[in-house]
Design a protein around this ligand. Structure first.
Ligand code: NAP
Length: 288
């Protein structure tokens, strides 16, 4: 039975991915930072009698990562698939987000991923096989005003993933980056946002909401992301990047048609009605 370690499995994409791999016959180790939040995971495992179990794994904690990855390797013998999914959302305009919040986002969404990769790679290299999937975001390709730090951390993750893919290919290890658009998960309720109504950037914050509303009309479900992650691991035609959702496809295609200057100018001060018309023309987003 191949072994999969998935991080951040208490809810959303991680929960769906852990269950999907277990339903496909993987021996799943489902990382959760807090055992008390694993109720949905435990319930599904018990109900469906799946070959999976929660694993204590806070990606911010080096000792917990070493312990958790060590436990999987010791008990299951190997890690065939590592899905780095754990992450947090939130943020705001660059000037308004305290640096320590931006650091905490890097701590989890970037260094957390790097910690788990560093812990898992020696055994993968030794066996000369394995797959690593890093859950990025379409924000890892396109940066949007009001969401700069999240975009920055996902851009950083994409760069590291691209370098890693080159470094480990000779050891028979595959790396894939999964880039979802909006997926309906609790991340939006958990996210800390820095956006005062009196902010000099209030227009960008309002537009970011409009942007999300448009994406929400095309939003994916956690199971959609889980299926793409599974395909990225099992495909006979490996690729580095995998999009999830129609909104992600529209965004990337629209961004590639624009020069950097035209993209930046699209966020200039203008009435919302004009902004919405531009977004429709640039990306094909519908608001009605
Ligand atoms: P979610 O439901 O909030 O799931 C995030 C998971 O990460 C939770 O299980 C959370 O645990 C866990 N986590 C957070 N910090 C952790 C830490 N320090 N150590 C271990 N686990 C930690 O959100 P989601 O939308 O499924 O997000 C999953 C991934 O998809 C993230 O990397 C996110 O950036 C990415 N993504 C999401 C979307 C979207 O629209 N939802 C779009 C693009 C990319 P707790 O329950 O303890 O908080």
């Amino acid at each position: 039975m191949p072994v999969a370690l998935v991080t951040g499995c208490s809810s959303g994409i991680g929960l769906a991915t852990a269950l999907h791999f277990a339903r496909q016959g993987y021996d799943v180790w489902a990382g959760v930072r807090n055992a008390a939040t694993a109720t949905e995971l435990r319930g599904a495992i018990e109900r469906e009698r799946l070959p999976a179990r929660p694993l204590a794994l806070d990606v911010n904690d080096e000792a917990a990562v070493q312990r958790g990855v060590g436990e999987v390797v010791a008990k299951a013998g190997a890690i065939d698939v590592l899905v780095n999914n754990a992450g947090i959302g939130g943020g705001g305009p660059i000037e308004e987000v305290p640096v320590d919040f931006a650091q905490s986002m890097f701590e989890t969404n970037y260094f957390g991923v790097i910690r788990v990769i560093r812990a898992a790679l020696p055994s993968m290299r030794e066996r000369r096989r394995g797959a690593i999937v890093n859950v990025s975001s379409i924000a890892g390709r396109v940066a949007i005003a009001g969401h700069g730090h999240y975009s920055a951390v996902k851009h950083a993750l994409e760069a590291a993933s691209e370098a890693l893919a080159q470094e480990v290919q000779g050891f028979g290890i595959r790396v894939a980056i999964v880039e979802p658009g909006v997926v309906v998960t609790p991340i939006f309720q958990k996210a800390k946002r820095f956006a005062e109504p009196s902010s000099p950037y209030a227009e960008h914050v309002r537009r970011l909401l409009l942007f999300y509303q448009a994406q929400m009309k095309m939003a994916s479900q956690p199971d959609d992301a889980a299926r793409v992650i599974y395909e990225a691991v099992t495909t006979k035609e490996p690729r580095l990047r995998w999009l999830v959702g129609e909104d992600a496809r529209l965004l990337i295609a629209g961004r590639q048609r624009l020069s950097d200057e035209a993209f930046v100018a699209g966020a200039r001060p203008m009435p919302d009605s004009e902004y919405l018309a531009e977004m429709k023309q640039r990306f094909g987003f519908e608001w009605q």
